[in-house]
Every structure is written in C-alpha cells, then in structure tokens.
Write a protein that binds this ligand. Structure first.
Ligand SMILES: C[S@@+](CC[C@H](N)C(=O)[O-])C[C@H]1O[C@@H](n2cnc3c(N)ncnc32)[C@H](O)[C@@H]1O
Length: 348
C-alpha cells in the first residue's frame, strides 16, 4: 500500500511507477486550475486507478471511469475505490474495443500508456466532444528525439531532430500527431500545457469541434530547418523550405509551430503546486525553439557565461528573453542569431 497526494493505493498485480508522482501531482494541479464543474473523466490506462482516484478526490471531478485492458487490474481498482471510499465505473477492456462499443463522450481523458500513445489516439477521438480536455503522455523519447528516426516517421509521420532541440521538437511532433488524427474527426486543438521532464513528454490540449478549428490547427503546422552552426529557422509553408535551406541543414516536421501554453491556466496552477517546472513554464516565452548558450559559447571559443547575465543583457537591448523547461542552458528569445552572437562576442 502506498500513499500519494490525498489517496492510499494498493498496487499489487498492476503497474505503478513512483517516479511519475510529480507528473500525477502536476496533472491534479492542472485539473484544479481548470475547475470544470460536473465533469466526466476517463482514465483510459488506469492500472491501479491512481490517476482517476486522485482526480476525483483532489480535483473534485464528478464522475470517473477507470479503464484498463489488464484483468488483474479489476480487483486492485475495486479495492482502491473501497479504501478511498469513492465510486467509479470500472471497465476491463481495451481502449480500441471500448471506444467502438460505448456512446459515452467524456469531458476529460487521461491517456498514459507504456511508450507511444500513437496506437490509441485514433480510438480516443471517438470518445471526445467539443471542449474535451485530453492529457497524453509519451515515454518513447528515443523515437521522438530522433535516436530512432525511422520509428518516428513510422509512428508519428514526422521527421524528428536529433539535436539539443529534440525534446521541444518531440513535443511539437506529438501535437502534430494529435492534430492530424483529431482533424479526421473534424476537431482542432488548443494546447494548454506541455511538460518535458525526465524521460517523458506530456501534453494537455482542449479539443474544439468543427472543421474550421481543424483547419486552423493545420495552418499552424510547419517545418524546422536546423543549420550546422546551431542556428535555426522555421516555416509554415512547405514551398519556403528550399529558400531557407543551407548546405548541411537538417529538416524536421511536420510539427506544431504555435503556442504550447495557456498562461492563465498555468498561473492558476501555481495556487496548487510549487513544482519548479511549472514556475519555469509560467515565465517561459511561448515561442518556438531556443538558443543553447553552452553550444554557442563553445563554438565561439569563449568561456562560459552565467545564463542569468546573458538573459539580462538580451533584455537590456529591448528583446524578450527567458529560460526554458527544455534545457538548463536554453534561452528563448526573439533576438536574432546574429545579434546574439555579437552580444556573446562582446560586440555590443
Ligand atoms: C503506464 S501504465 C498506466 C499507469 C497509470 N496511469 C499510473 O499513473 O500509475 C499503462 C496501462 O495501460 C494498460 N493498457 C495497455 N494497453 C491497453 C489498451 N489497449 N487498452 C487499455 N489499457 C491498456 C496497461 O495494462 C497498463 O496498466
């Protein structure tokens, strides 16, 4: 028996990863910040049921359905509902079969599979309605980060990038896959939060019903061109790639090129969590991609400079600049690459 948040959970015979506690805490804070009344929630990969049970008890979610394909989960989930003194609909079934056999549509869905969520996203779309909140975890980081490039093309239909930008690129590729699948059902998405931590990525999006929303999401897809000197460019227009391309560049995409965060929700989350990553995201400039200070100073052959000083120097020139959750040495800024190189070389 373990204790996590406000619940007690028996984890015998089912999967339970204590290292994911932080992500579960963040998901609880996210749902508290959303404050959705009379919500129905599907924990689509429930295992012990810990997420659904925590969401009900800690985030006041009205009605929960706990689904898992594993027969062993049934008794454990029932026991956990009893221990925590709550009711839920418990279903032992596959997502694929459940999605094709129920008429129910959920306000909130948590998808937290082993590895890639891609095999489930299509069926999950049969369980959504306008404004459904979808929370999706991906732990297949070698795929999304381009270590296994072909697997990313096979699973996500997108070219990854195996450079320092790979985690942000991976998150934007996951959003692309969700958008591309949702569009087949005439849904568009509104990203609310994306977390990149340890060995996983998790995105939180709101689905919007209507082909106009789907088209609008698609218009914000595009390509990243990453140059040999760690400079980058990106475009929503496939026809512009060739004019941006320089010898030795790598091209990544399709991927999502608009915002990752809804800052109103994220600042609200800080009422419920002290997690450093949420504070960083709350301050992070929400633009695509970032510069890597360590790589730039070493390519210039200069010693290390504290990141705080560089951010202050960029800001004093009138640009926006912040740290990023994606890398301790990362700087998100609207300063151009050449201006940043001049600044680092002390030419200002
Ligand atoms: C990573 S675990 C979930 C962990 C849980 N969310 C937590 O926070 O402790 C993934 C779960 O998905 C279940 N699963 C795998 N394939 C499934 C499918 N096709 N349909 C429903 N559940 C599935 C597994 O049995 C396993 O319990």
């Amino acid at each position: 028996m373990i204790e996590e948040g406000l619940v007690k959970i028996d984890t015998s015979n089912v999967f339970y990863n204590p290292k994911m506690k932080r992500l579960r805490d963040i998901s609880v804070a996210f749902l508290k910040a959303m404050n959705i009344k009379n919500a129905s929630l599907l924990d689509a990969t429930a295992a012990s049921g810990i997420r659904g049970i925590r969401y009900k008890i800690e985030a006041n979610i009205d009605k929960i359905t706990l689904l898992d394909i594993n027969r062993n989960a049934l008794n454990t989930i029932k026991e956990n509902l009893k221990i925590n003194n709550i009711d839920a609909n418990v279903v032992i079934d596959s997502i694929e079969h459940f999605a094709n056999s129920t008429r129910e549509r959920f306000d909130i869905i948590d998808l937290d599979p082993f590895g890639s969520p891609v095999p489930f996203i299509y069926d999950i779309m049969k369980l959504v309605k306008d404004n459904t909140i979808l929370m999706v975890t991906a732990t297949d980081m070698p795929v999304l980060c381009g270590v296994d490039r072909n697997a990313c093309i096979r699973f996500y239909g997108s070219y990854p990038l195996h450079t320092y930008l790979c985690k942000e690129v991976g998150m934007r590729i996951l959003l692309y896959k969700i958008i591309q699948t949702a569009a087949q059902f005439d849904y568009g998405i509104e990203p609310l939060l994306g977390i990149s931590d340890m060995y996983y990525i998790r995105v939180f999006v709101r689905l919007k019903k209507g082909y106009k929303y789907a088209d609008n999401s698609i218009e914000n897809l595009g390509y990243l061109i990453f140059f040999k000197n760690n400079e980058f460019s990106y475009t929503r227009s496939i026809s512009k790639i060739s004019s941006l391309y320089k010898k030795g560049s790598q091209i990544s995409g399709p991927l999502w090129l608009s915002n990752l965060y809804n800052k109103d929700i994220i600042s609200n989350m800080l009422l419920y969590t002290n997690e450093k990553i949420i504070k960083t995201i709350n301050n992070e400039l929400d633009i695509p991609f970032f510069y890597h200070l360590g790589l730039l100073t070493s390519s210039l052959g200069i010693g290390s400079i504290p990141i705080k000083k560089v951010i202050e120097a960029i800001s004093s020139l009138g640009f926006n600049a912040t740290r990023t959750q994606f890398d301790n040495m990362g700087i998100k800024s609207n300063i151009t690459f050449n201006q940043l190189i001049k600044l680092l070389s002390n030419k200002y």
